[in-house]
Structure formats: C-alpha cells, structure tokens
Ligand binder design. Structure first.
Ligand code: EPS
Length: 386
C-alpha cells in the first residue's frame, strides 16, 4: 500500500487542509494526538506576532470513526484564525478584488520574485501566501498521524534543536530519549541548558539588531526494524527519501545523516561502524552511519539533521528592486519570526515520521493494523533467528 498525502491552503486563507491516503484501518487516532504536535510547533523562543493570533487545532473531517481509522482517506483541517483580518484580501471572489493592494517589491531570500515571473503574476502575495512556512502546520498534522502509526509498531520519532546561530548544544553522551525529554522543557527545544541560555541571548541580540537566526535540528528514530528502504534503486533508498523530505521544509538548505559532511573529512577507519554479535544479535559498535547503510535502516537509531537558514524577512531591510518601476528599495519591515528553529524541529520530526511510515507500509503493507502488525512480527521473528 502506498501512503500519499497532499496539503493545501494559503497562509492567510481560511484553512490549511491535508488529505492522507493509504493508511490502514483500525489505527487508534484522536484529534488530541495531532493537537499536541500542532501546539509544539507553535512554541519556541524567537517566534513573532502571528503565533499570538493562532491556536492551531485540527478537525478530522473524514477517514476516522469513533477513534479508529477506516482505511479511507483522512481529511485534516486547521483553521487560520488570522483569516478574519484577511477575508477580503484573500477572498476567492473576483468582486472582492482590491486594486491598490498589489505587492510589487519582492523580498530577498523568498520565493517572491522568481514566483511572480514564473507564474505570470503582478502581486507577490499570490506567491508568498503559499511559499510561507505556515503550511508546515498541515505537514505536522500529517506527521502526527504517522507518528501514531509508528508508535503502534514500537517506533519513536524524536526531534530537537542541535544548534542556533552557531551555538551548538553539547551532549553526545546524552541518550536520544533524554535529549528529547530535556528539549521538550526548553524554550529553544534543546537539551543543553548552558547552550540554551546563550541561544536565547543570541536571539535577543538578533531581535534588537533587526536580524534573524538559523540553526540545525536533529531527528532521532528509535525502534526502526532493519531493512526499511532498499539498495536496489535510487528512488527506493531511504536516505535519499529522508533527505528530500527534509530539504522540502521551507528555509532548509542542508541535510546530514549520521556523520554527514564530517564523513568526507575522515579516513575510512574512522567512518565505518564495525559489526559484532552480542546478546544473540548483530550490533554496530558505533553509529556514525546514523542507522542507514546501503539506503536501508540497519537497526541502529536513525539520526537525521537539517540546516535551516535565517528567516529572510528582516527588520533591518535588505536591498531589492520594485518589479514594476525597476527602482531599488530597501525591503519593507514586516511582522516575522526572529528564529523559528525550535518550530522547525517539530516539522522535521513530522517529515521523518511521514517517510518512515511510507517505508514501513511499503515493506509490511496490509489493509488493517492487524495485517501490518502480523507482518512485522513475522519478519522480526525471522530476523531474530537469522
Ligand atoms: C511566515 C511569516 C510569518 C510567520 C509564518 C511564516 O507569518 P505572517 O506573515 O502572518 O506574520 O508567522 O509562520 C506561521 C504563520 C506559522 O504558523 O508557522 C513566512 O513568511 O514564511
């Protein structure tokens, strides 16, 4: 069974919607499971005014009856509270058109200019409404459903912040679950209390300077069985699919798995993970590969990192050119986040969960959770006896 999903919705439109197709029947699912992650995504030191307006809550409009999935497509809807302030500006009706409202000044670092030219538009709003990271609320909703599925199969997906503005959270020796638990209490969604203080100070400084900060998020997956993904074809390699999923997050500019770029700088003897037979199973003595070898999970924790650039909407304006007058201008000051890296950790968690759920359903399939669980259990028996 192939798990597919679509999202729709503009940042200041009435709702964000997601449709998920290919989920098995009989998965326990409550709106609260999704709302928990929607709330986590709204948190974080450095967020701007919009988050004071929104209180993201999902409505499940199809695919679930009495707390269990039906095997039919799920429709998830998240309302934009800000829509009330935008109902004419974002109206679908031609009679509501406002003639004096077009944005002709594209912001550097955004999709505005290329989007306007490519889509034959005369207003940056027709591009920025959809390129906005507001859309990630829909993806987090989809990810929460996938995390529910993975949890039933014994898998945990844990996202947190590894770095903000060059300040690195230190704690290689801290187990993943503890990193996650500490991060859940942290305004910067990070596990190193000392780094957290410096991150907050850096965000304050950036705010005062009219600047913005990026960072690095990490997602660890515990409990993934070995053999998800495949070595046989490029588009079935799970590392490639995870990288694409992470790079699809707004403002992400890089992805690493395990050692990532550091692997390129070390000799082979300090990169590969030696294999041992311990406690009646194969183990890797280290996990520099981040749980992926040959495009497949190898049974070790999966470790994926993503780099987010600083948000390009700056209070300290950057130079641009009006696309009608061709005159230079300094980009207008707009409401924005100074740093959205803590929120991006929740989005990254969702994207990893979605790709993993897809890989799980490809390998173990089934129309209902009973089939899926039975297939996984039989496979794990086989692996144990190997
Ligand atoms: C965003 C700009 C800001 C952010 C928004 C993403 O929104 P606004 O233009 O309404 O102030 O707050 O993020 C969200 C709304 C969200 O839910 O994360 C952008 O341009 O990408």
């Amino acid at each position: 069974m192939e798990l597919r999903y679509l999202t729709a919705g503009e940042s200041h439109g009435p709702v964000l919607t997601a449709i998920i197709e290919g989920l098995p029947a009989n998965l326990d699912l409550a709106e609260a499971d999704i709302n928990r992650d929607l709330a986590r995504r709204q948190e974080g030191y450095g967020r701007g005014g919009r988050m004071q307006i929104e209180r993201d809550q999902v409505e499940i409009l199809s695919g679930v009856r009495w707390g269990k999935t039906l095997g039919s497509p799920l429709t998830l809807s998240v309302r934009n509270r800000d829509w009330e302030n935008w109902s004419q500006k974002m109206s679908p009706r031609s009679e509501d058109r406002m003639t004096d409202q077009a944005i002709t000044q594209p912001r550097p670092g955004h999709a505005d200019l290329t989007g306007v030219i490519k889509y034959h538009q005369d207003d940056c709003r027709n591009i920025l409404e959809r390129s906005s990271a507001r859309e990630t609320a829909a993806r987090v909703a989809v990810g929460a459903v996938c995390k529910r599925l993975l949890a039933e199969l014994g898998m945990e997906v844990l996202g947190y912040v590894a770095e903000i503005g060059g300040i690195v959270a230190v704690g290689d020796a801290v187990p993943f679950r503890e990193r996650f638990q500490r991060s859940e209490e942290s305004p910067c969604r990070t596990f190193d209390v000392d780094a957290e203080q410096r991150m907050m100070a850096a965000i304050d400084q950036a705010r005062e300077a009219g600047d913005s900060l990026g960072g690095v998020v990490e997602v660890a997956v515990l409990g993934a069985p070995l053999g998800l993904g495949s070595h046989v074809h490029w588009d079935r390699r799970l590392d490639a699919r995870l990288a694409a999923a992470m790079m699809s997050i707004q403002a992400f500019k890089g992805v690493e798995i395990g050692l990532g770029f550091e692997a390129a700088r070390r000799p082979g003897s300090q990169v590969h993970d030696e294999i041992a037979w311990q406690g009646q199973q194969f183990v890797r003595l280290t996990n520099r590969a981040g749980g992926l070898e040959g495009g497949m999970t190898n049974g070790a924790p999966l470790v994926v990192r993503g780099a987010m650039k600083p948000i390009p909407t700056l209070y300290q304006p950057l130079q641009s050119v009006d696309f009608v007058s061709k005159q230079p201008f300094a980009a207008a000051i707009e409401r924005s986040d100074v740093c959205a890296v803590p929120a991006a950790a929740v989005v990254a968690e969702a994207m990893v969960a979605i790709e993993l759920a897809r890989a799980v359903l490809e390998k173990f399939g089934g129309d209902a959770m009973e089939d899926l669980q039975g297939n996984l259990a039989a496979y794990m028996e086989y692996v144990k006896g190997f």
